[in-house]
Design a binder for this molecule. Structure first.
Ligand code: PLP
Ligand code: SF4
Length: 333
């Protein structure tokens, strides 16, 4: 595929075109192309779009670290990625800045070490697996040395977009005392080639549980059949779908955003049709740093017996909570 004119358009948007070798080989697939090739609509400026869509900076006590929830922090170990996803909520900051400077990294790790309430360190970016193997292993070891950290989570696109980086040595280094979990970012089954399948198999066989997160993207995966194919494929690769994110308010990304009703309808179409193990939670990251919230769809409403609950076919059923008064009247034992 000739991508020269795409390159020019990408430069105009200020977010350069970048695809890994594995994705370049799959750009003829519409579900892949829509994620990585720039689109003239990126130049449309919406009043709704934000530079920091999910409020990373609102709860950032030290550079590169966001502490929004009591028990976990995210650490942006590098701002470099193997691919540039046009819908990225960090597209304003992702680029070639490279790894967090050692002084900032040390300050971030000191912050974690000084707070026993932090049980989990989530490595994100950019893409943390863009760091050199030596740096990744060193970072895992430094986090593992903090006694109260039980979990390390890696949020990455690498197993799919640059599967060759998932080396046996890297997988071996993930076999640590704080359990290492991976959350794979993948949006379409067409992204997953045989090399990616191999990388995921290495991780799973190496003892790393793998979850997935996807972004609901208008024009790329906003149909129940497309997501069904993705989630089924992930389960076969022993990857559990975790989150389906509503697209963020990204500058230049409005054309990717579905309505919430559209997202709920897709989830409702999947519920009851495909394995419950295949279903992620549909969530929105509230602008302003207020956190992630499940978006339903809603199956519960008020009714004459207390509740009415909608089944997957759309039929409503009455449902009552326990009658505590009645239970109290009969003494136990
Ligand atoms: C998304 C996010 C997390 C992780 O949330 P989970 O619901 O545990 O996956 C943690 N911290 C921040 C700041 C986040 O944006
Ligand atoms: S890999 Fe992640 S951080 Fe990097 S551009 Fe894509 S969505 Fe953004």
């Amino acid at each position: 595929m000739n991508i020269a004119h795409h390159q020019d358009l990408a430069e105009t948007t200020g977010f350069p075109l970048r695809v890994s070798a594995a994705m370049a080989a799959r750009l003829d697939m519409p579900g892949v192309a829509a994620q990585f090739l720039p689109d003239g609509r990126e130049l449309v400026v919406s009043d709704l779009a934000l530079v920091d869509p999910i409020g990373d900076e609102v709860h950032s006590p030290v550079k590169g670290l966001t502490h929004r929830y009591p028990d976990r922090v995210i650490l942006r170990a590098t701002l470099t990625c193997a691919v540039h996803c046009r819908f990225c909520f960090r597209r304003e900051v992702v680029g070639d800045a490279g790894p967090l400077a050692e002084a900032d990294l040390a300050a971030a790790l000191d912050y974690v070490a000084a707070r026993p309430a932090i049980r989990e360190v989530i490595l994100t970016g950019g893409d943390p697996l863009m760091l050199s193997e030596r740096r990744i292993i060193g970072l895992l070891e430094r986090i593992a040395a903090i006694p109260h950290v039980d979990l390390i989570r890696l949020h990455s696109r690498i197993p799919v977009v640059s599967p060759e980086r998932i080396t046996p040595a890297l997988v071996k280094a993930m076999d640590l005392r704080p359990a290492v979990w991976m959350v794979l970012h993948v949006n379409h089954a067409d992204e997953i080639g045989v090399e990616a399948e191999g990388a995921l198999a290495r991780l799973v066989k190496g003892g790393v549980p793998v979850l997935s997160q996807s972004v609901l993207l208008r024009g790329a995966n906003d149909a129940p059949e497309i997501l069904e194919a993705l989630f089924r494929k992930l389960l076969m690769l022993r990857v559990k779908p975790y989150y389906l994110h509503h697209a963020d308010l990204v500058r230049g990304g409005e054309h990717f955003r579905t309505t919430i009703a559209e997202g709920q309808a897709i989830m409702a179409a999947l519920r009851g049709k495909i394995s419950g193990t295949a279903l992620p939670q549909y969530v929105i990251d509230l602008p302003g740093g207020h956190g992630k919230v499940p978006l339903g769809p809603d199956y519960l409403a008020a009714g004459p017996k207390g509740h009415r609950i909608r089944d997957p076919q759309g039929v409503w059923h009455d449902y009552a909570d326990p009658d505590r008064g009645l239970l109290r009247a009969v003494k136990s034992g």
